[in-house]
Design a protein around this ligand. Structure first.
Ligand code: ADP
Length: 497
């Protein structure tokens, strides 16, 4: 109770009213008195919340105490009623208690008796109020939880990305409508069942990876999955992450599914366009280069030195254009998945020997040493020979291109576990730490004073990477500026299907 306790005394005897009022006011209570039932009841009706305790004389002329109490119980049930009775009317007191009086005090009473009984009632009232406050708080927080839950539910359900939640044992716990649409399952079908029930292996594997490789440092698994649903092709990017509690214990996994079908289609259209344009460009540019060669050789008549110089430059530029077109064609063919299809056992030692031999004149011309060392009896790898030649031609020609005169380019091949490892190392200009992660990107070229004069398209390494990837191999690079660059290609000896 924040303010003073409020007591109403209803008694027809003035001496009782005044006495009680005096005693209780001294106890720091607000006391209101009424000389009969009607007046008292009127006061309560006026302000039902105004009183905490009522001292009520049962034996009054006019409206009886019992009647007053019955009304009070209706109008202001929170008022605790203490009935005041004479010894002769103990029976009535018992009846009053049965009807809801909180306590009774026999007349005549001492000031202490009155204080005790009123304090007891006030304590009970305070406890009741506290209990009610707690009940209200609990009701409110439950309401908040329910509200919060339904808010989250609504948000998840209205997301255009799919959301899939699994427990730590791989049981599906939640699937929003977008996810059910992408995966062509109904929530009822799979919730509570294992993730395999969705029957999309790539997805199950990604989620299991997240759950099983339960190490603190796994942040998530991202994967593109390709599905055929209702005769429609869809591409999803799925990103699965582990969910942990505050102590870091695994609770389960959340997977977000994004529909990237349109993006894929756009990419394909772009690639088709590049393929078409480059294809159409190749023939005319090749024709220009050929015609220029013929003229330069003097087969179309005498030309003077100046003309020869100019035509020579034109031919060089045409050749550069042709190289670019060739690179672009390779790239778009690889991206369309057309390139790596002639897998056969290839002797990498033999292939490397051929490539290095072909590159020797280029190295000599630049005043470089091109060294080659190959392990004995290397097992074959399953590969597309033309593409593999392209990979090493590219790496070695880069090494030559980006190594100044007097430098060394070293190519080695050996067996390393289940892989054949090929190293292409140079003592050239190197690549800065900033550029290194980007050199496999399409069209990425390092722009420095040293590379400015060196021609290139920035496509070579992106093709190299795609071919190596398509052979389930890996390519790594290390480089120190002004000291050199070291590429390592690893190709699996037995291709895993
Ligand atoms: P480019 O046609 O420009 O050579 P690449 O894709 O083959 O394109 O290589 C990308 C970039 O990586 C190059 O522009 C070059 O800056 C850098 N690079 C590649 N190989 C080497 C190397 N051996 N030494 C130094 N820089 C290299």
């Amino acid at each position: 109770m924040d303010s003073k306790p409020r007591i109403i005394v209803i008694d027809d005897e003035a001496i009782m009213r005044d006495g009680s009022s005096r005693i209780l006011t001294k106890e720091d209570m607000d006391v209101v008195t009424a000389e009969n039932g009607e007046t008292g009841l009127a006061l309560v009706k006026e302000a039902p919340d105004n009183y905490d305790v009522m001292l009520l004389d049962l034996m009054m002329p006019g409206m009886s105490g019992m009647e007053v109490m019955e009304h009070v119980k209706e109008i202001a049930p929170s008022i605790l009623v203490i009935v005041v009775t004479g010894y002769a009317t103990v029976d009535t007191a018992v009846e009053a208690m049965k009807k809801g009086a909180y306590d009774f005090i026999p007349k005549p009473f001492t000031p202490d008796q009155l204080r005790i009984v009123v304090h007891r009632a006030l304590e009970k009232k305070a406890l009741e109020e506290e209990a009610e406050r707690l009940r209200e708080a609990a009701r409110k927080s439950l309401k908040d939880v329910a509200k919060e839950k339904s808010k989250t539910h609504t948000i998840i359900n209205s997301m255009t990305d799919g959301v899939l939640v699994v427990d730590k044992d791989g049981t599906v716990a939640l699937l929003n409508p977008a996810a059910t649409r992408f995966l062509s399952v109904s929530a009822e079908e799979v919730i509570g069942k294992t993730i395999d029930e969705i029957k999309v292996d790539a997805l199950s594997n990604a989620i299991k990876d997240v759950l099983e490789k339960d190490t603190e440092n796994i942040v998530g698994v991202s994967q593109e999955i390709h599905l055929q649903t209702d005769g429609r092709e869809i591409f999803l990017r799925c990103h699965a992450v582990p969910v942990r509690d505050e102590e870091g214990a695994l609770l389960g996994g959340v997977t977000v599914l994004q529909d990237i079908t349109q993006l894929k289609e756009l990419e394909r259209m772009k690639a088709d366009f590049v393929a078409m344009v480059t294809h159409e460009l190749r023939a005319p540019v090749a024709a220009i280069e050929q015609q220029l060669t013929v003229i330069l050789k003097g087969l179309a008549g005498e030309i003077n030195e100046r003309q020869a110089r100019m035509l020579g430059r034109a031919k060089e530029r045409a050749k550069g254009l042709l190289d670019l077109v060739k690179d672009l064609l390779d790239l778009s063919k690889i991206e369309a998945g057309m390139q790596v299809q002639y897998m056969e056992p290839v002797d990498i030692g033999e292939l490397l020997t051929k490539v290095v031999d072909l590159m020797q004149p280029q190295a000599q011309q630049k005043g470089l040493m091109l060294e080659f060392e190959i392990g004995k009896d290397l097992p074959s790898v399953n590969a597309d020979a033309t593409n593999m030649e392209g990979v090493f031609t590219n790496l070695i020609s880069n090494a030559i291109k980006y190594t100044p005169e007097g430098g060394l380019v070293k190519v080695t091949g050996k067996k390393e576990g289940d892989y054949i490892r090929i190293d292409v190392q140079d003592t050239g200009i190197g690549i800065s730490e900033k550029d290194l992660p980007r050199i496999f990107e399409r069209f990425y070229r390092v722009k420095t004073e040293k590379t400015r004069q060196i021609v290139g398209t920035g496509l070579g390494l992106s093709i190299v990477k795609q071919v190596v990837d398509a052979h389930l191999g890996t390519i790594d690079v290390e480089s120190v500026e002004n000291q050199g660059t070291h590429f390592v290609v690893r190709l699996p000896i037995v291709l895993k299907k």
